[in-house]
Design a protein around this ligand. Structure first.
Ligand code: NAD
Length: 287
């Protein structure tokens, strides 16, 4: 059906006597855990802003080294109700976040979990992939991929039924991108975790999806050699002839968090100005 069913719209109006914008998303009064704010360039920063705009109360998990930036965001967004340190490198440190949250917010449960976490040690990028050592590979996989399962395992007792979890991935999970190295393997594993967890938790109504973002200059992206050239290539050759912004990604995250995406789980949604559908760059036709 191409047009909204007027009867449906009427019943929504009766059920939700609130403003029209909020009515559509239905996120007013929901609660979110957001992990991954490091600076105002962080994708998670933009997601916080958009979720707050939609009426969501936020509880942030942050790495201590980024504390000042996270407090800056708290000053800007009254919707942030709590901030607690989080390090997903270990089970104990992940548990500490949820213990601190529960101690201060008895009975509060979340509806949304944003996992915008990625890290690989410098040594992963300063040598050919064949020489990267187990310890570095394991760190990258634990923090960038396996931490989704770790976060969800600890979060489950604090999640309402029918929650929505969103993680951030990159298209190097399925195709070669120069210098992305070990993060390609981590993103492939992260997308696999998304499908596994979606199937495992789906029967209880929980949804888990990933957003595959196009390249965006952030602190994490700064660690990828040649990142500026990737940005230029995408801007010149994506169907929309531009790069995506943090806001583009945040918009999709809000949609995935809302009831508007209620039938979507285990998916990887590309927010990349369409770049992932191309194969031969348009620029070969120039000359
Ligand atoms: P960012 O540097 O702003 O965010 C990365 C976050 O990971 C930081 O907040 C950092 O504190 C967190 N983190 C790293 N190690 C952690 C640990 N041990 N415990 C807890 N948190 C930890 O960069 P971003 O680009 O906003 O990255 C967010 C997500 O988006 C990452 O998964 C990244 O791979 C993904 N992504 C980014 C791009 C891009 O081009 N920027 C593209 C596709 C996907």
């Amino acid at each position: 059906m191409l047009y909204p069913n007027p009867q449906r719209v009427t019943s929504w109006l009766v059920i939700c006597p609130v403003g029209a914008g909020v009515l559509m998303l239905g996120l007013q009064g929901k609660v979110a855990f957001v992990f991954g704010v490091a600076s105002e360039d962080s994708i998670a920063w933009a997601i916080c802003e958009k979720l707050a705009e939609a009426g969501v109360t936020l509880y942030l998990g942050f790495q201590k080294r980024f504390m000042s930036r996270v407090f800056q965001l708290k000053e800007k967004l009254p919707a942030i109700a709590g901030l607690y340190p989080l390090d997903v490198a270990s089970d104990e440190l992940t548990a500490e976040f949820f213990a601190a949250f529960a101690a201060e917010n008895s009975g509060v449960k979340a509806d949304i979990l944003i996992h915008a976490i990625g890290f690989a040690p410098r040594e992963c990028f300063d040598r050919p992939i064949i020489f990267v050592e187990d310890e570095q590979i394991n760190t990258a996989m634990t923090i960038s991929a396996n931490s989704l399962q770790r976060c969800l395992r600890h979060a489950l007792p604090h999640l309402n039924p029918g929650s929505s979890t969103i993680t951030l991935t990159y298209a190097a999970s399925t195709r070669y991108v120069p210098s992305y190295g070990i993060m390609s393997m981590a993103k492939a594993a992260l997308e696999c975790w998304t499908r596994e967890l979606a199937c495992h938790l789906g029967p209880e109504g929980h949804r888990i999806n990933s957003i595959s973002s196009g390249p965006i200059p952030t602190l994490a992206a700064g660690g990828i050699p040649g990142f500026d050239r990737i940005l230029d290539h995408v801007a010149a050759n994506s169907p929309l002839r531009r790069n995506v912004s943090q806001d583009d990604v945040a918009g999709t995250a809000v949609w995935l968090a809302s009831h508007l995406s209620s039938g979507v789980t285990g998916q990887c949604i590309h927010v990349d100005a369409g770049f992932s559908i191309t194969m031969v760059p348009e620029s070969i036709m120039d000359s």
